[in-house]
Write a protein that binds this ligand. Structure first.
Ligand code: BGP
Length: 487
């Protein structure tokens, strides 16, 4: 097979609240994720609360908050975001390791409450901006391009508490002010931006800041996020015409349970529910079938005068997605994606990770083609990888052959999509190149990295970083621009 285009970007992706820690350092305000407990495969993560009567309470991360309840921190609870894996203090060492692995791009998210601690301030927090400027300087030292997620599944807790998060247009204004600060401050140093992460599947207080989680609230919040994104894209192009904007979508694939037309139709409808988000933001208007979805879910979007125009004028430059797995759906399938389970029906043709996520490299090729067919815009794969249990041997090696195999098979299919099908792909960033806290379960043992972080599920450990076997293999991949996948 021919080689990938010169300049194809290879790297990794992280999110601030899973990676940074330093949750009250440098003037940072509380973020919605700071109230989330750890969890596991069997036990949901919880948000800790003070109930209306002043007593202690908690809710599952995707549930509605009891009336009158407010987020509250308790001394006897372990909150993984507070320390995460301490990238806040170790960013130099971490970026040096990324450079050694041959990264040409690093995707990271800015923590909104580091820049605007409450979200409503007139002026940004200088110390927060400085922290990210330091990261940019480190990246420049090694010639690594930044790819910035402006908002990765979180917001300053004050905005959630006070305005009901993304229910409110005030939060749209706060977001645009925040985005403007980044765009102006980092002008010329950043080309690729993502306005949001996995916008299509966000839900729960920690992710969108709304207290209620019914369809009406969630879809309306998403509409406000569409508006915030479109305004930011327009603004970002005005500030610097070289800026390129995407939004990241969870694009794990759906397959029908059988060839029964009802099953095929059910899986197609499920897929369209995801694609609808991309349709709006890439084409600049709600697609024809949105009306049907909203009627079925009894949702009325609070479309204000001028919103149509805002959406039309702020369409995305490229499409980016996370791809981890595929799911099987039939007419009667109820999807349960809580606690990191993949949900859906069994697929007898695919292996699974210990967390039940199917391993489906061909699904990646299929998804790349599907997305390009539909939008005809360049694609950035910004998350992919295998959450596995790794063992640190006595000699500090980690033999993660399963992860290497996962990558080999996905890279082979990605190469087919690029070289045979001619899908233009800008780059690939694996999820969590340095082990970090799992989003869905809050665990550490669900590891994605090519670099091991010595820390357990309760935050104990030296936090030292160790190169895994996959690190050396990936280094060879980047050195040969994907030509040599052998191991
Ligand atoms: C995506 C998120 C990431 C990340 C990843 C892996 O949904 O964008 O933040 O964590 O999935 O998921 P998990 O950590 O639950 O294994």
């Amino acid at each position: 097979m021919a080689s990938l285009p010169k300049g194809f970007l290879w790297g990794g992706a992280t999110a601030d609240f899973q990676f940074e820690g330093g949750y009250l350092e440098g003037g940072k305000g509380l973020s919605t994720h700071d109230f989330e407990t750890d969890g596991s495969h069997e036990r949901s993560r919880m948000i800790t609360l003070k109930l209306k009567d002043g007593s202690r309470g908690e809710v599952k991360t995707r549930a509605s908050l009891p009336e009158g309840a407010e987020t509250e921190l308790y001394d006897d609870v372990y909150y993984p975001s507070h320390k995460a894996v301490d990238h806040y203090h170790r960013y130099k060492e971490d970026i040096a390791l990324m450079a050694e692995a041959g990264f040409s791009v690093y995707r990271f998210s800015i923590c909104w409450s580091r820049i605007y601690p409450l979200g409503i301030e007139e002026e940004p927090n200088e110390e927060g901006l400085k922290f990210y400027e330091n990261i940019l300087s480190e990246l420049e030292k090694y010639n690594i391009q930044p790819l910035i997620t402006i908002c990765h599944d979180e917001l300053p807790d004050y905005l959630a508490k006070t305005y009901d998060g993304w229910s409110s247009r005030t939060v749209v204004d706060c977001y645009v002010k925040y985005a403007r600060t980044l765009l102006e401050r980092f002008k010329g140093r950043v080309k690729y931006w993502l306005t949001f992460n996995e916008l299509n599947i966000l839900s729960g207080y920690a992710q969108i800041g709304t207290h209620i989680h019914d369809h009406q609230t969630v879809y309306n919040a998403k509409h406000n996020m569409f508006i915030a994104s479109a305004l930011t894209v327009k603004l970002g192009h005005e500030i610097d015409e070289n800026n390129m904007f995407g939004t990241m979508y969870a694009m794990s694939q759906f397959y029908p349970k059988s060839s029964r037309p009802e099953d095929v139709e059910a899986s197609y409808q499920k897929r369209r529910m995801n694609l609808m988000f991309v349709d709006v933001m890439s084409r600049g208007y709600y697609p024809n079938y949105a009306d049907m979805i909203f009627k079925e879910k009894e949702v009325t979007i609070n479309m204000l005068e001028g919103d149509d125009e805002i959406l039309r004028n702020g369409t995305l430059d490229y499409i980016s997605f996370s791809y981890y797995r595929s799911m099987v759906v039939g007419k009667d399938t109820v999807l349960n994606q809580a606690m990191g389970f993949s949900g859906g029906e069994e697929n007898p043709y695919l292996e699974k990770t210990p967390w039940g996520w199917s391993v489906d490299p061909i699904g990646l090729r299929h998804t790349l083609n599907e997305v390009y067919d539909r939008y005809q815009k360049p694609i950035f794969i910004v998350e992919n990888g295998m959450g596995e249990i790794d063992f640190l041997e006595d000699d500090f090696t980690i033999n993660d052959d399963y992860r290497i195999k996962y990558f080999v098979r996905h890279f082979e299919e990605m190469k087919k999509a690029i070289l045979i099908d001619k899908v233009p792909v800008i780059g690939y960033t694996m999820w969590g190149p340095i082990d970090l806290v799992s989003l869905s379960t809050g665990e550490m043992k669900k590891r994605y990295g090519i670099i091991y972080t010595d820390m357990d599920d309760k935050g104990n450990g030296t936090l030292n970083r160790y190169r895994k076997k996959s690190f050396y293999w990936f280094k060879k991949v980047t050195e040969t621009n994907g030509d040599d996948l052998s191991y």
